[in-house]
Design a protein around this ligand. Structure first.
Ligand code: BGC
Length: 372
């Protein structure tokens, strides 16, 4: 009775307080804030995995890894991708169907993390645990855990790689012409990557070492809708025409490999072929490894999708046993309503120099490095 009355107040703080108050009689754990953890659930339960549209290779890899990994762990996996033409509505429907089918854990790589409040609430209401995978789900109390690579660190590594690459390639220059790109505004990761990079780059912009020739330094100006390479090409083409007809571009902050390749190709297509720009990336995509080995792209980031999927499945397994999943960060990921307990993995910066070492445990990528 007390619980029902309190729930109807719809105030997150009071609800959380009530749950904590209940914990001694219900035997619930405290660390992760998930109310269903201690209960556990049958070992062959359905685990839903809702992935966004395939905007980069990591998402393509994740689907099969989830299928295989969930089956191996004894679960019934229900793995769905949002279609590219209507991804937000698609994903909302897929999550609702997972709730209806009785999934015990729903792992979500959000297309738009701000538009899943209703589905997350329905999932919680049904007793499922909601795990945000790679991208945070925002503005809702109904997300229990977050599993991702440390996104701010990714941005910092990208910013530092841009500085290092410029200094190494053009040691005689005292200032560099650069441009900045960021990801889709709908992706909670995009500002975190950008802010991490600017944490490193802003002091160098302020002291004149870096010159953003277009003046476009605001994330609204640098954003790339849908993470689509054609949108990066379009913007880079326009930047080249307006700003680089009589000067060279030395470097570009690119938030991932898909956009990095589009940017590199645009610069060459716009006639700059004898001055190699330093371009960053992320994801260690197969198509970018040759760019890196041939000196066209300076850096990428290795975020081993196998490890991230494994971590998400480990969370589901803990929940199945009625145990609290492991988290290592309870401060960084405030989604606007709550700080979501996170399990963060460490990203690795990769350049031509350390590629063989970085991919030593990944035969597919190592083979591409060896191919050159
Ligand atoms: C992921 C990146 C990816 C991007 C586009 C982000 O949320 O963290 O790895 O490049 O989405 O798919």
């Amino acid at each position: 009775m007390k619980k029902i009355l309190l729930a109807t107040t719809a105030m997150a703080a009071i609800a959380a307080f009530a749950l904590a108050g209940c914990s001694s009689d219900s035997g619930r754990g405290e660390a992760g804030g998930d109310s269903s953890a201690a209960a556990g659930f049958p070992a062959d339960s359905t685990i839903g995995v809702a992935l966004p549209d395939k905007t980069s290779e990591n998402w393509v890899l994740a689907g099969q890894l989830f299928e295989d990994g969930l089956a191996e762990a004894g679960f019934k996996g229900d793995v769905q991708y949002a279609g590219a033409s209507n991804p937000v509505a698609d994903q909302q429907q897929q999550i609702s169907a997972m709730v209806t089918s009785g999934a015990k854990v729903i792992i979500i790589g959000a297309t738009d993390g701000k538009q899943l409040g209703t589905q997350a609430a329905d999932a919680k209401e049904s007793g499922a645990t909601v795990i945000a995978y790679d991208r945070l789900i925002e503005n809702t109390a109904d997300v229990d855990y977050y599993v991702a690579f440390d996104n701010f660190k990714v941005g910092q590594l990208q910013g530092q790689a841009l500085l290092d690459g410029l200094a190494a390639a053009y040691p005689d220059k005292s200032s560099y012409n650069i441009e900045l790109f960021s990801g889709a505004a709908t992706d909670a990761n995009a500002p975190v990557f950008f802010n991490g990079a600017m944490d490193v780059l802003q002091p160098k912009i302020d002291d004149g070492t870096l010159k953003v020739v277009s003046g476009q330094t605001d994330i609204k100006q640098t954003a790339t809708e849908k993470w689509a390479p054609e949108n990066a090409t379009k913007r880079m083409d326009a930047l080249m025409t307006s700003n680089y007809s009589d000067t060279e571009i030395d470097g570009v902050l690119s938030p991932n490999d898909t956009l990095g390749r589009a940017i590199i190709d645009s610069i060459a297509d716009n006639g700059q072929t004898d001055h190699t720009p330093i371009v960053t990336g992320q994801d260690s995509e197969a198509a970018s490894i040759p760019y890196i080995m041939q000196g066209k792209q300076y850096s990428t980031i290795y975020k081993d999708t196998r490890a991230l999927v494994k971590e998400a499945i480990a969370m589901a397994t803990s929940l199945q046993k009625g145990e609290e999943p492991t988290v290592n960060d309870t401060e960084s990921y405030n989604n606007g309503v709550k700080v979501v307990p996170a399990d963060l993995l460490t990203p690795v910066i990769v350049t031509k120099d350390n590629a063989a070492e970085a991919y030593a445990e990944n035969p597919d990528l190592l083979a591409l490095v060896q191919k050159g």
